[in-house]
Write a protein that binds this ligand. Structure first.
Ligand code: GLN
Length: 478
């Protein structure tokens, strides 16, 4: 087994047992990145070995990690995958970065994303499209596609992503890794460039459920700089190995409907069998209102985005196209700086927030969000976890001209967690048409430790990994 194939936990164990040093670790990941990122293009800019610091061997987390390029790392460019910010350098560290630093982890590089995290493929990045390490002709998913590809290809042991409507979970599903979105309010958003402030949450992408819990523990905590964070002390590792027998799982019928690729559906029902063999109770339930979640998301998230993106005006951050008047300068800067998809979201958002449409769209969507939340609350009275496939289809070929609406629909199963603030996770459950596909689990707000417990229970008995050997994409063979 190669060094770069290890999980976070086994890498740390190796340091403790003097199998290798943090220098060996950084070097191994760096070498692999240097050779293979030319094919994958996970990083916005390939890290330079001389600029990566070597972790302290006695640290809690003596490892390198990658960061989605919408999270601030002081002194480094934070492009958000946009022309508008291509030259913007962060002037402070995001709280999550501070926390990782305090635990000894070292920043390795910034990863590609759909512009301002709007998208599901990285095709909306202003710079280039990241390739799926399992099949270079396919998308890695998005918007945290660079982070997911970097982990799947063995460039870093873990990475940070942001999830507004599924952006950690969808690429995790497409790349065969674990993507975790914590309950809204557990992790500080300070230093994350806001997309939909009531939906955004930062979380780890990694290779095992235990790693997700381990990194999650470091990220979680109240932050004075983000008033939406809560003081909810929770140890994600505490009950992770508990037996899962007797847990009640619900499958929303609408989330395994006909529109889902049959191979993914097959893999999903196989996963359900594994849980049933573990004496979990799995029942199908009807939740007709679930179908409105995607519509509500695509009204509220553009609304929030249009207001959050108003600050990119050529005056304060990044790009400025010099023009005679202030209005022309702002117009030209935004016109040139934003890509097509971001403009579409701003237009949609401005429309639903406009005086004449506010009640009919934005206000109504807020009401439906509330109704959905009440219904979900009821479901969680009878059940511990919601199960579904993460993605509806295997990752699209990059060359395929997917229209925006089809891309929006790929978020169908993931947006609910953001609308209601649920902790959610995608983990490998097998393959569909030769590409990885993910099992999606959601629990009641702040029961993140239960979520990780169930996911770990499935991971242990799914037989997808042998002796902690995680399935790896092999881009070198392609
Ligand atoms: N694909 C969704 C969108 O485009 C989700 C993005 C995200 O979670 N950042 O809005």
């Amino acid at each position: 087994m190669e060094l770069w194939q290890n999980t976070v936990e086994s890498l740390i164990r190796g340091v403790r047992d003097n199998h290798w040093t943090p220098f060996d670790i950084v070097k191994a990941f760096y070498e692999r990145t240097r050779i293979l990122d030319q094919k994958i293009r996970a990083f916005i800019r390939v890290p330079n070995f001389s600029q990566v610091s070597i972790p302290d061997p006695d640290a809690v987390l003596p490892l390198p990690y990658a960061v989605k390029d919408n999270i601030m790392v002081k002194g480094y460019q934070t492009t958000c995958g946009s022309r508008l910010l291509w030259n913007y350098k962060a002037v402070y560290d995001a709280t999550v970065i501070k926390r990782l630093k305090a635990n000894g982890a070292v920043f390795f590089g910034k990863t590609n994303l759909d512009e301002f995290a709007m998208g599901s493929s990285t095709k909306y990045s202003a710079f280039f499209t990241t390739k799926n390490p399992w099949d270079l002709s396919r998308i890695p998913g998005g918007s945290s596609g660079g982070s997911a590809a970097a982990v799947a290809a063995g460039f870093v042991p873990f990475a940070l992503g942001s999830d507004t409507g599924g952006s950690n979970r969808l690429p995790a599903s497409h790349c065969g890794i674990v993507g975790y979105k914590p309950s809204y309010g557990l992790v500080s958003r300070y230093g994350l460039v806001a997309f939909g402030s009531s939906l955004d949450q930062i979380g780890p992408l990694c290779r095992s459920v235990r790693d997700a819990a381990y990194i999650g523990n470091i990220l979680i905590g109240r932050d004075k700089k983000d008033a939406t964070t809560v003081d909810y002390p929770t140890d994600l590792m505490a009950r992770i190995e508990n037996p899962i027998a007797g847990l009640r799982c619900a499958v929303i019928k609408q989330s395994v409907s006909e529109e889902i690729d049959p191979h993914i559906r097959f893999a999903f029902w196989e996963a359900v069998k594994v849980l049933r063999n573990n004496r979990c109770i799995v029942e199908e339930i009807d939740f007709p209102e679930e179908r409105y979640a995607i519509a509500v998301y695509y009204i509220l998230s553009p609304g929030e985005a249009s207001s959050n993106l108003a600050r990119f005006d050529g005056v304060r951050y990044g790009l400025r196209i010099p023009e005679a008047s202030l209005t022309e300068m702002m117009t030209e800067t935004r016109n040139y700086g934003f890509g097509e998809e971001v403009k579409r979201r701003i237009l949609l958002g401005t429309f639903v927030l406009s005086d004449a449409r506010y009640d009919a769209y934005y206000q109504k969507a807020l009401k439906v969000r509330r109704l959905i939340a009440i219904k979900v609350q009821k479901i969680f009275k009878d059940y511990d976890v919601l199960l579904s496939p993460t993605a509806l289809y295997p990752p699209f070929p990059i060359e395929e001209n997917t229209d925006p609406l089809s891309f929006y629909l790929t978020d169908k199963n993931t947006v609910l967690a953001n609308l209601v603030g649920l902790p959610a996770l995608s983990m490998p459950m097998g393959f569909a048409k030769g590409m990885p596909c993910g099992l999606h689990l959601q629990c009641r707000p702040f029961s993140d430790s239960l979520l990780l417990n169930i996911a770990r229970g499935y991971e242990k008995s799914a037989g997808l990994y042998e002796d902690e050997h995680y399935p790896f994409a092999q881009p070198e063979a392609r």
